[in-house]
Structure formats: structure tokens, C-alpha cells
Design a protein around this ligand. Structure first.
Ligand code: ADP
Ligand code: NA
Length: 340
């Protein structure tokens, strides 16, 4: 049986926003009491599109700072950056040889990120999902907390694990490594903020790459910025509904209620019990207070931590050393299984 273990990663590619926090980081924090957790700054994923080297180094520290500031404990759990554990790249190569071209051709994130000029996308961007499978399975993680946008990649991870287990079944058995070598990892997706939408357009997800800074709340925004972005958030003219059913067809209202629910750790129904029938202006004021109370201390702590880069680098070094022990064990077995 597989040990219950959580793995997840965040790319160091730009300002962390409320979507990253509610869809991922806040949930990473909550899982620490029930699982052994491994949280990774996925810098190798970041370079699938061009990154300025100086900026990348800065962003690696910033994501690490966000993890710590949000409440991840790097002494109890593992926090590190992907490029420092070479097993990720090695296992990804094996998985490139397990995954089928047809599987990768179906990945919608590649299509979105490559855009129209697909011929000019990096090979890494295309192979991204097999590196992601390697990240997870290198630690034989059983659970992966992610936002809704990662659902398809998690399904591919399971397909890769299953095909590896089948293809090498006799070899796995003859080495006495059990029935199946890799677990079929469960995604942990859900809650009211599994997909936080842009504050300017309820049909687009909140994203680091959105050119409009008003579309997202950054973790390092100050109180005035948070307030002004929430006040300017797009809404419709109707008052808030009194029941969740009434949010259907009202993506902007649904998004703001979902954000409130996730920040206050209450169901959307409760938020509507409290604010339903009222005007958005009243609700937005309460949301500003809540967001500032919740995010303010995290942003401040992030700024304090990034000012101490040697401390952050020490956390990452220690995390990588501990991750490497687990990674090497899996990788040595994989090499044996494959016949290397
Ligand atoms: P981004 O998608 O912002 O470039 P990453 O790919 O590094 O960031 O994602 C980090 C985590 O944040 C993933 O678990 C992803 O699913 C989650 N995430 C990203 N955007 C959102 C969003 N708008 N709503 C909820 N979760 C999100
Ligand atoms: Na993403």
C-alpha cells in the first residue's frame, strides 16, 4: 500500500494572485495536518516559455516566501525547487517514452499557451504534462491539491502511472515490488474557489498572464490596491441572490461570492444568507475588509522574507536534500524496472 502523501507545485513565473492562493496555496496549508506534504517551486516548468534569468531567480524565492508566509512549515514538510532534484528530469524522460503522442495532443493547456503559432512553441511546453507526472510520481504521491485548470494533467498522470504499471508489470513483479509500482494519484480539486475568475471578465480565469492588472489581486498588493480592484470588479445590476441557485448565469457575482466563501472558509450558501438581497456595494465593502485582513499579513510576511534571500535559499537547500532521498529511492527502482 502507498503511504498517504501530498505533492503540488507552483510556477515561479510572475505575480502570485488570489487564484493561486485560494485554488492551491491556502489548501496546501490546510493539508499539512493530515498528510506528509511536498511543495515544489516548479522552475523547470517555468522555462517552457521564456524567462529572464535574473527575474526567474527572484521569482523562485518569491514563491518560496509565499509558501512560508501562508503557513507552510518547511521543517515538518518539504519545500524545494524542482531543478535541484535531478530525478524530476530523469523520470520525465522515462515518462516521455511511456506517454503517447495522441495523449499529449489532447492537452488543452498546450493549445492555449502555444496559441496560433504552434510550430514555434518549445518542445518542453508540449512535454510539460509528462514532467508534471514525474514531479508527482517521483514521490509516489497519492493526492495532489490543484485548481480546476490542472484536472486534465492529473488524468494524464494517472494514465502514465497505469501504462507504466502495465507495461512493466512482469518486471515489477519479478523485482518483488508488488502489484503496481505507481499509485493512481487522486486530484484534490474543489471548494468554492477551484477556479477563480478574472475580476474584469467572468469568462476568463484569473491568471498571471492577463495583461490587465485590475483583473487579479496579487498577494503582494497593498490594502489600497486590493480595495480599488474589488470596488472596480465587474458586476451586474441585480442585487445578490438569496440562494446559490440564483448565481447561475451570473459569473461575476458567482466569482465574488466564491472568493468570499473561500477566504472565510464558509459555504457559498452561508455567504448568501448573510448578503443575499443586498447591493453589491455593501457586499464589496465586506469583501475588501475580509481580503485585506486575510492577505495583508501574508503579503507583509512575503516582503519580509524576500528581503532575507540567504534564509530562503537555506530552506530550499534543506528541502532539496530531503526530497532527493525520496526521489533517489523511486528512481533507482524505476531504473531497475526499466532494465537500465
Ligand atoms: P498560473 O496558472 O497562475 O500560471 P500555476 O500554473 O503555477 O499558475 O498554478 C499554480 C496553482 O494555482 C495550480 O494548482 C493551479 O491550478 C492554481 N491556479 C492557477 N490559477 C487559478 C485560478 N484562477 N483559480 C484557482 N486555482 C488556480
Ligand atoms: Na496553471
Amino acid at each position: 500500500e502507498f503511504q498517504q502523501r501530498v505533492f503540488s507545485g507552483v510556477q515561479p513565473t510572475g505575480n502570485l494572485h488570489l487564484g493561486n492562493y485560494l485554488g492551491a496555496i491556502q489548501r496546501f496549508v490546510a493539508l499539512q495536518d493530515s498528510y506528509d506534504c511536498i511543495y515544489c517551486v516548479v522552475d523547470m516548468h517555468a522555462i517552457t516559455v521564456w524567462q529572464d534569468p535574473i527575474e526567474l531567480k527572484k521569482q523562485i524565492r518569491e514563491v518560496t516566501a509565499a509558501f512560508i508566509a501562508a503557513g507552510i512549515d518547511p521543517a515538518k514538510h518539504i519545500v524545494f525547487n524542482q531543478s535541484q532534484v535531478s530525478g524530476h528530469a530523469e523520470l520525465a524522460w522515462v515518462f516521455n517514452c511511456v506517454a503517447r503522442l495522441g495523449w499529449l495532443n489532447r492537452m488543452t493547456q498546450f493549445k492555449e499557451k502555444a496559441g496560433k503559432d504552434r510550430e514555434n512553441a518549445s518542445v518542453g511546453l508540449y512535454a510539460y504534462p509528462s514532467l508534471m507526472a514525474a514531479d508527482i510520481l517521483l514521490y509516489r504521491a497519492t493526492h495532489v491539491p490543484v485548481g480546476e485548470d490542472q484536472k486534465q494533467h492529473l488524468e494524464l498522470t494517472r494514465d502514465i502511472a497505469q501504462k507504466f504499471n502495465n507495461d512493466f508489470g512482469p518486471s515489477i513483479a519479478s523485482l518483488g515490488l508488488g502489484e503496481s509500482f505507481f499509485p493512481l494519484t487522486e486530484p484534490l480539486i474543489g471548494g468554492p474557489a477551484a477556479r477563480v475568475m478574472s475580476l474584469r471578465d467572468g469568462s476568463k480565469k484569473m491568471s498571471k498572464s492577463d495583461p490587465s492588472d485590475l483583473s487579479r489581486i496579487n498577494l503582494t498588493d497593498d490594502a489600497d490596491q486590493v480595495a480599488s480592484k474589488i470596488r472596480k470588479a465587474k458586476t451586474d445590476p441585480e442585487p445578490l441572490p438569496t440562494e446559490a441557485e440564483g448565481l447561475k448565469g451570473r459569473p461575476e457575482a458567482d466569482n465574488l461570492v466564491g472568493i468570499y466563501a473561500a477566504l472565510s472558509d464558509t459555504p457559498k450558501e452561508q455567504v448568501l444568507t448573510d448578503f443575499g438581497g443586498g447591493q453589491f456595494s455593501t457586499f464589496k465593502s465586506a469583501l475588501v475588509d475580509l481580503a485585506v485582513a486575510k492577505l495583508g499579513p501574508i503579503g507583509a510576511e512575503m516582503k519580509r522574507l524576500v528581503a532575507e534571500p540567504t534564509h530562503i535559499d537555506a530552506i530550499l537547500r534543506d528541502g532539496a536534500a530531503r526530497a532527493r532521498v525520496l526521489a533517489d529511492e523511486t528512481l533507482n527502482q524505476v531504473k531497475d524496472i526499466v532494465g537500465f
